[in-house]
Design a protein around this ligand. Sequence first.
Ligand SMILES: Cc1ncc(COP(=O)(O)O)c(C=O)c1O
Length: 347
Amino acid sequence: MIDLRSDTVTKPSVAMREAMMSAPVGDDVYGDDITVNSLEERIATLLGKEAGLFTPSGSLANQLAIRMLVKPGEELLSETNSHIVRAELGAAAVFSGITTRTWPEERGVLKAEHALEIARPNSGPYLVSTTAIAVENTHNFGGGSIQPITEIATLRTESRAMGIAMHLDGARLWNAHVATGIALADYAKYLDTVSVCLSKGLGAPVGSVMVGSKELVATARQWRKRYGGGMRQIGILAAAGHYALDNNIERLADDHRRAALIAEAAHSVDPSFVHPQHVETNIVALDLRAIKATATEINSALRDEGVLASALGPKFLRFVTHLDINDSDIEATCAAVKKVLGNALVA
Ligand SMILES: Cc1ncc(COP(=O)(O)O)c(C=O)c1O
């Protein structure tokens, strides 16, 4: 099976496993794991922040960051289809008493003015006060779209003037960095907190890091423990993160090139399925409204051809390229996509 459901399905390579095997470890709750400590410092430095915190998941990294920025009863603004709002199972409300309010964007691409229109800081005794805004780069459900840095900068300037903080869900910030050439720290400088994932395009089996100021990260460390995320000899996991940073960032360009080929294959059947210029990184979001079949039906026809994708809505099918996918997998995928979509179009 050619598994394009997500870039989380990668399996650690032999070389990554060897790096994990030989990692020096210690009890991380005591601060003794030097492999974890060096990974946290490394990612904080890459992102131009004072400190970092290793977490088992991107969701926990996001949730800890949000918890630090927004008090119970206050409000976080985020785009309608952001992962924080749609795919973290209400964690901000459940764990932190945070309310969220959303605004929609075409393919999830930020327009600062839209977020600013709904921002309501210091709302007094009757209305909920906005205290933070979350941005997602790249935007998963938007089809891997890259956030324009100029919009992030504008949002930062305007929202800071209102006393509003900003968090970046940078699960795939690496992809935005490779596609644009913009330094990770140049993105991160506009945000109070940033989360990045090692277990998506970078191919580690587990792990994310949340970065911010020293003080904020120290408090988040306490909350990680409180949530049950204090882990012990996890240098074996952090070593996979180091290996991923050393070896798997620049190669994301291959994933982007391969995603573009899938987009071109779908576009060649019917232009309404996807505009190739909208596929900026490793995610291809197909809009199936031109055909009768649902995403689930197309997905099962693709499965019969040996290709796995994700049906994320009645008419929304997603493919994600990653490091366990090669050029011949893509050739086979493009043939399957043309055949299945071609059949669906005439049905
Ligand atoms: C944009 C984005 N943010 C956060 C996450 C959460 O990561 P995790 O699955 O490690 O909790 C994901 C997972 O796919 C994601 O796509």
